[in-house]
Design a protein. Structure first.
Length: 130
């Protein structure tokens, strides 16, 4: 993943400050797409999802990122923030289970953040490339 760990950690901290849960970063750098990573987050309700989106965008702006595109903010069950190199997905629990992006992209390295602690993908821990 070419995005720095400091950038990801700052954005994850912004998520946790708004009480987002089940935070996972997927390394998309080896997939023939234009982005480096997905950041996937769960919010308990639409108001919280919007609060997370607003805070992530504010934090990203402070890190020099500009939001290129967004989807779903008004509806709030799946908010997508596209920063070109990074795409943030904020889901309500039922939408996250339905779309199951982690399963769709199960072959890419991931970092799971659980209550502020980082749990890295086994392949990444071993230094093995998938």
């Amino acid at each position: 993943m070419n995005l720095s760990t400091d950038v990801l950690d700052s954005l994850v901290e912004a998520v946790f400050q708004r009480h987002g849960t089940r935070v996972v970063a997927l390394d998309m750098s080896q997939v023939p797409l234009t982005m480096e990573a997905f950041l996937i987050v769960t919010a308990e309700n639409r108001i919280q999802a919007r609060a997370i989106a607003d805070h992530v965008e504010e934090t990203a702006r402070g890190l020099g990122f500009v939001r290129h595109h967004s989807e779903g903010y008004d509806e709030g069950s799946w908010i997508l923030l596209d920063f070109l190199d990074l795409v943030v997905h904020i889901f309500l629990p039922d939408r996250r289970e339905y779309y199951n992006l982690e399963m769709l992209w199960s072959d890419v390295p991931r970092i799971e953040y659980d209550d502020g602690e980082t749990v890295r993908d086994e392949d990444e821990e071993d230094g093995n490339d998938p």
